[in-house]
Ligand binder design. Sequence first.
Ligand code: ATP
Ligand code: MG
Ligand code: MG
Ligand code: MG
Length: 564
Amino acid sequence: MKVSRFPLSTVKETPADAEIISHQLMMRAGMIRKIAAGLYSWQPLGLRVLRKAEAIVREEMNGAGALELLMPAVQPAELWQESGRWEQYGPELLRFTDRHNREFCIGPTHEEIITDLVRREVRSYKQLPLNYYQIQTKFRDEIRPRFGIMRAREFLMKDAYSFHIDKPSLDETYQQMYDTYTRIFTRLGLDFRAVRADSGSIGGALSHEFHVLADSGEDAIVFSSASGYAANLELAEALPPAGERPAPGKAMQTVDTPGVHSIEDVCKALDVNPEQTIKTLLVEGADGGVVALCLRGDHTLNEIKAEKLEQVAQPLTLASDEQIRAAAGCGAGSLGPVGVDIPVIADRAAAHLADFVCGANVDGQHLTGVNWGRDCPEPQVADIRNVVEGDPSPDGQGVAKIARGIEVGHVFQLGDKYSRAMKATVLDENGKEIIIQMGCYGIGVSRVIAAAIEQNHDEQGIRWPSALAPFQVALLGMNRKKSQRVREACDALYEEMLAAGLDVIFDDREVRPGVMFADMELIGIPHRVVIGEKNLDKGLVEYKSRRGGDNQDIARDGIIDFLT
Ligand code: ATP
Ligand code: MG
Ligand code: MG
Ligand code: MG
């Protein structure tokens, strides 16, 4: 590519509203231009980088057997009403009506659309598991769009959704996606960390976020100095992996709640503010069995009158041991809207209650060890939001270390949150209708670009990891204007580089060398080759790596081998 055909729109001044370095450098490099709050155009230079990230994501997703599709950005309200999220989602969902007065939104995510698609396409267990993904523009009316494309309103996401007949199959794909994300972020050249996470308004049981470590990150992450434990500090429940006992934390008062039948009663017994959201509750059912109620994140107790319990917590027919443990507060953290079918699991739940800690999650707190009048350990609170560096690690092993992170990816086990509400079922091998289990997996493809710059820059500008660089090589000529020899030598080397398949940007402008150097450093091209009169006499060119090190003189005839 020649700069005469690929105009650079670099600027010297840092835009006043650009607070963090990636935003400043993307603006100065001319990669993006702001149209309105949280809305950006990607100029050709920026788009080349975005497409590189997209290609790696696509390659790895395809490699993992996921199938690419494309869904509409505009979504009908009916589907969101079916899932219940039309009411719950809040002002981040951009809603509007069409000319027929029908309600729509611009998709911030696509669980409803894909669930609708799959319930109509998939009939038999033989068609599962399936994993669909798309790379598509999302819109979220963020309350505070900032940091350029890092927290934009319109942004590019890779979102994948998997479908399963049972939990073991979901577990398998979840792990596979976790591994795929690890490969993607490694290939992108990022310093990242996977952490346990809250599943937020998307819902679900088990969830991990992938964070690029950077001081400008909006999230705080807590690590253990002694174990592999890592979690987002916004996580309300610091629960250890399923099957492990909760670690000792700060003590919570013992709450005695035998024979509690309604949420209000539980609430009173637990001394929980009814305005707060309760995510998981265990209630002793009228027949003496145990009902686990796992409420939608956004339901307040005021809304959930006892008589409405059934609507909120539908009976769960496929209660695996793990689900029961999770529901009992020993497992995987916050759950979607599920309940437990009393006759089916009463005995098994009781066994877990004797053995494990049961509990209730209120917003920001996990209360464990609630005394059900049975043999339960001492209650504990694991509110990790206030953990500071040097505290005991929430998992009880070593001390807590805190770092800042940028969330670039997020994987969730949704369970049956959407498939149950939207009646997405398949027939199992006995011809019995079963509710599909789902997972979902997002990557902020555009955010990744900003995150990469946060980790890769210096005084001069961006220092792209090779995988993301818009071009690999910058070819420059000294004094082109005056020297015909330099012009000819540049043209010839440029042609050779193209023929060798090098991704080269050739600065054929007649500007001062200082301007060319500054531009190529600002836009972050990994390798720079300079042709000058003096070196030509000696059959040499000058090479410099954007990653540092001195200028090197390299034989003109060996430069292509050197670069490839
Ligand atoms: P955040 O906590 O940063 O608001 P989120 O948890 O709301 O993100 P998810 O619903 O998990 O986001 O969406 C999947 C991915 O989409 C995120 O991990 C992130 O990389 C990206 N993403 C989310 N919101 C934005 C945004 N406003 N601008 C750019 N990327 C975003
Ligand atoms: Mg968000
Ligand atoms: Mg988040
Ligand atoms: Mg998230």
